[in-house]
Design a protein around this ligand. Structure first.
Ligand code: TXA
Ligand code: MG
Length: 327
C-alpha cells in the first residue's frame, strides 16, 4: 500500500479534499492529518478494527491508550463525564493543545481498544483549521496517536509522515508544517488532585490558575517514551490463565485460531478463528469484557504467536494475568 497524499491549504482547506478524507475515515481507513501540535494518525474511534490498524501500522509493542479527537466540547461531552473543572479548562483552552483525561461514559460507544481498556478517556479538540474541518465533516470521534513509528520522533510535516508510515496507511492529508511542533499537555482529572501526565503545548502556569497546583505524574501511563509500562490497564475480575490447552468447568475460554477439542467451560469466544492477529487485536478488550460478565472464575487464553500485533496482545494478556495486589 502507498498512502494517497491529499494536499490542502493549511488555513482554508478545500471542501472536496476534506470530504474525501472524511469518507476514508468513515470507511475505516487510516488518515494522517495535521493538528497544531503534530500530525495525528487518525481512525474512527468507535471501530475496534480501525483502531487495531493504528497499532499495527505504528508497530507499538503494547497497546498505549489513544487520544480521542473531536470537533467541539459539545461533541466530546457525549463520550466522557465533564465536571466543572473539566468544563472550565475546555472553555479556556479548546480548541488547542490540551488533552483532558476524564471518566468514560458507559455508553460512549468508543472502542475499548482505543483506551486500552482503561475506564478513562483522553480527549482533545485540536485548533488546526484542517483538523477542525475534518472532524466537523465526519462528525466522528477520531482516535489518533502521533503519526510516527513507535519510539521515533513525532511527525510535523507531510513528508515525515510519508517517510515513517507511507507504506502502511491509506491517506495523508497534507497541509505543511505544524505550528506548535510539540504534543499536547495532558491533564488527568480522574485523580483526587488534577495531575500533569505530560507537559506539552499549553504551559503549566495558566492551567494551574484554574486547577490549583497540579500533582506531577506518579503513573507512567502517559509517558510517551515508555511503551509497555502502563500500570492501570483494564484488568478483568476473573483471573487470567495463559497458554491454555484445555478449559476447566468454571473457566471461560478465549480462543485463538481453531479451537477443536477444547470442550467445556462456562462461556467461550474466539479472538480470530482464522488466526488473524489484526482481528484478534481488534477483539481483545471487548471479548475480555464480555467473558468477564459470564462470572467465570478464570479466563483461559489459548497461546497467541509472538509476532506482529501478537507482541502487543501478549503484553496486555501477561499484565492481565499478573498477580493482583491484595485488595
Ligand atoms: O498533541 C497530541 O497530543 C498528539 C496529536 C496527534 O493530537 N497526539 C499524541 O498522541 O501525542 P500519542 O498517542 O503519541 O500520545 C498520547 C498520550 C500517551 O502517552 C498515552 O499514554 C496518553 O496520551 N493517554 C491516552 N489515553 C489515556 C488515558 N485514558 N489515560 C491516561 N493517559 C492516556
Ligand atoms: Mg507519540
Amino acid at each position: 500500500m502507498t498512502a494517497r497524499l491529499i494536499s490542502v491549504s493549511p488555513s482554508k482547506p478545500e471542501a472536496a479534499a476534506i470530504k474525501d478524507a472524511a469518507a476514508a475515515l468513515e470507511a475505516g481507513q487510516l488518515v494522517a492529518f495535521p493538528t497544531e501540535t503534530v500530525y495525528g494518525l487518525g481512525a474512527d474511534a468507535r471501530s475496534d478494527k480501525a483502531v487495531a490498524k493504528i497499532f499495527a501500522s505504528k508497530g507499538r509493542p503494547s497497546f498505549n491508550p489513544l487520544i480521542i479527537h473531536g470537533a467541539s466540547l459539545e461533541q466530546l461531552e457525549k463520550y466522557a463525564d465533564f465536571n466543572d473543572m473539566a468544563r472550565e479548562l475546555a472553555l479556556h483552552f479548546w480548541p488547542g493543545p490540551l488533552t483532558l483525561v476524564l471518566p468514560r461514559k458507559e455508553d460512549s460507544g468508543i472502542s475499548l481498544l482505543a483506551s486500552a481498556g482503561l475506564p478513562a478517556l483522553a480527549l482533545r479538540v485540536p485548533s488546526h483549521p484542517v483538523a477542525q474541518a475534518l472532524l466537523r465533516k465526519s462528525g466522528l470521534p477520531v482516535a489518533a496517536p502521533s503519526a510516527n513509528k513507535s519510539g521515533h520522533i513525532s511527525a510535523t510535516t507531510p513528508q515525515h509522515v510519508l517517510d515513517e508510515l507511507g507504506d502502511k496507511i491509506d491517506v495523508v492529508l497534507g497541509a505543511g508544517r505544524c505550528t506548535v511542533g510539540l504534543e499536547s499537555t495532558i491533564i488527568d482529572l480522574t485523580t483526587p488532585t488534577p495531575t500533569l501526565l505530560r507537559p506539552g503545548g499549553v504551559p503549566r502556569e495558566p492551567i494551574e490558575r484554574i486547577t490549583g497546583k497540579l500533582a506531577l505524574t506518579a503513573s507512567k501511563a502517559a509517558r510517551p517514551n515508555s511503551p509497555g509500562q502502563l500500570e492501570s490497564h483494564y484488568a478483568p475480575n476473573a483471573a487470567v490463565r495463559l497458554n491454555a490447552t484445555h478449559v476447566e468447568a468454571d473457566e471461560a475460554l478465549l480462543a485463538f485460531g481453531p479451537d477443536m477439542g477444547m470442550k467445556g467451560g462456562v462461556a467461550r469466544m474466539n479472538l480470530s478463528p482464522n488466526g488473524d492477529l489484526h482481528e484478534a487485536a481488534a477483539n481483545l478488550f471487548s471479548m475480555l469484557h464480555e467473558l468477564d460478565k459470564s462470572g467465570a472464575r478464570a479466563i483461559a487464553v489459548m497461546p497467541i504467536p509472538e509476532e506482529g500485533l501478537g507482541l502487543a496482545i501478549n503484553d496486555r494478556l501477561t499484565r492481565a494475568a499478573a498477580p493482583r495486589p491484595e485488595a
